[in-house]
Design a protein around this ligand. Structure first.
Ligand code: ADP
Ligand code: TRP
Length: 319
C-alpha cells in the first residue's frame, strides 16, 4: 500500500507532533510503501522566514526521530519540480467554488488575514503532491481531510476527460490517536504557546514541565490522575507496570504534583535519548542529510516521471 504524507517545515517539533503524527509515520514504514516529503512550497503560503534553515531542520529532526531512508522515500518537495507542472495542469480541473469552500482559506480570511493566491490555490498543490505519486492512502489530521477530498474531486474531473490516469487517493484519519494536551491542558499547539518540545536543553525542558497546570491538592491527599495534565503527558511515555505504578503514586497521596513533574521530565528525557543522539549526529553531518535528500528526490522522481509523462501525453502538452 502506498502511504503518502507531507510535512510542513515549521520549526521546533513538540510531543503533540510526535505522538499525533511522526510516530505513526515511522511505524507505517515497516509494512508499507511509505512516501514522506518536506512541503517547503506549502510553507511559502504562510510566508515562512528562514525557509532553507527550516527545511534542513525538519530533515534533521525527522531522520533523528526514525524516518528511515532505506524504508521510506524521503525528499524535499521542491526537488521534484514536476509537481508544479501538475499543479498548473490540475488548476484547469479545479472549479473556483471548490477552493472558495476550502477551510484553510476560509478560516484565514475570516480572521482578517489577507489572503494571497498561494493560500487560495494551496489545495491544488496538495492534490498535485498526492496524485503525482499515485498515492493510495493519505494519513491526515482532521483539518486536512477536506484537502484530500478536493484531490479526489480534481482527479475525478481529470479522469472523466482523459480516462483512468490518476489513482484515487483515500484519506485515513487516525481516530485512535488522542490529542496531546499542552501545559495548560488545551490541545498542545505551537500557536497556543503551550508546547513541550522534543529536542531542547534539559534545564529548559524541566522549566517548561514545571509550568504544567495542576489542581491544588494538599501533599498528603490522594490525587486524581485521569484529569491531571502531568499524568496525561506521562502516560504517552509509559506502559504496563510503570503506568500502574504512577497511578498508585497518585492514589496513595504523600507526594505533590511537583514530584510527578520531575518524574515526567526524567521519563521524557530518557525516552528521547536515542533520538537526541541521532539528531546530534545528523546536526554535525548536514552533508549526509543533504545526500539522503538527494537520493530520496531521485527515487521520488523515478516514480513521478511515468505519471507526468502520461499526463503530458494525454493533455497534448507533449507535441
Ligand atoms: P501545531 O498545532 O503545533 O502548529 P501542526 O499543525 O504543525 O502543529 O501539526 C503537525 C502534525 O502534528 C499534524 O499531523 C497534527 O495532527 C499533529 N499534532 C499537532 N498537535 C497535536 C496534538 N496536540 N495532539 C496530537 N497531534 C498533534
Ligand atoms: N497541507 C499539509 C499540512 O499542512 C502538508 C501537505 C502538503 C500534505 N502536501 C501534502 C499532507 C500531501 C499530505 C499529503 O499539514
Amino acid at each position: 500500500m502506498r502511504v503518502f504524507t507531507g510535512i510542513q517545515p515549521s520549526g521546533d517539533l513538540h510531543i503533540g507532533n510526535y505522538f499525533g503524527s511522526i510516530k505513526q509515520m515511522v511505524d507505517a514504514q515497516e509494512d508499507n510503501d511509505t512516501f514522506a516529503f518536506i512541503a517547503n512550497y506549502h510553507a511559502m503560503t504562510s510566508g515562512a522566514k528562514d525557509l532553507s534553515k527550516l527545511t534542513m531542520q525538519a530533515a534533521t529532526d525527522f531522520l533523528a526521530l526514525g524516518i528511515d531512508p532505506n524504508k521510506s522515500t524521503f525528499w524535499v518537495q521542491s526537488d521534484v519540480k514536476e509537481v508544479l507542472e501538475l499543479y498548473w495542469i490540475l488548476s484547469g480541473f479545479t472549479p473556483m467554488g471548490l477552493l472558495e469552500r476550502a477551510h484553510s482559506y476560509k478560516d484565514k480570511t475570516a480572521k482578517g488575514i489577507a489572503a494571497n493566491h498561494s493560500l487560495f490555490s494551496y489545495p491544488v498543490l496538495m492534490a498535485a503532491d498526492i496524485l503525482l505519486f499515485n498515492s493510495e492512502v493519505v494519513p491526515v489530521g482532521k483539518d486536512q481531510i477536506q484537502h484530500v477530498e478536493i484531490a479526489r474531486d480534481i482527479a475525478t474531473k481529470f479522469n472523466n476527460q482523459y480516462g483512468d490516469i490518476l489513482t484515487m487517493p483515500e484519506f485515513r484519519v487516525q481516530e485512535e490517536v488522542q490529542t496531546v494536551p499542552g501545559i495548560d491542558g488545551q490541545k498542545m499547539s505551537k500557536s497556543y504557546g503551550n508546547v513541550v518540545n522534543i529536542f531542547g536543553e534539559e534545564k529548559k525542558q524541566m522549566k517548561t514541565i514545571k509550568k504544567i497546570v495542576t489542581e491544588n491538592v494538599a501533599m498528603d491527599e490522594p490525587k486524581e490522575f485521569e484529569t491531571c495534565n502531568v499524568y496525561n503527558m506521562a502516560k504517552l511515555f509509559l506502559e504496563g507496570d510503570n503506568l500502574i505504578a504512577l497511578q498508585d503514586r497518585y492514589k496513595k497521596g504523600g507526594e505533590g504534583h511537583g514530584h510527578f513533574k520531575i518524574y515526567l521530565a526524567e521519563v521524557m528525557w530518557e525516552y528521547f535519548k536515542e533520538y537526541r543522539e541521532k539528531r546530534e549526529y545528523f546536526e554535525n553531518n548536514q552533508d549526509e542529510v543533504r545526500e539522503i535528500l538527494t537520493i530520496g528526490a531521485n527515487k521520488a522522481r523515478e516514480i513521478a516521471m511515468p505519471t507526468i509523462q502520461k499526463i503530458r501525453s494525454v493533455t497534448g502538452i507533449k507535441y
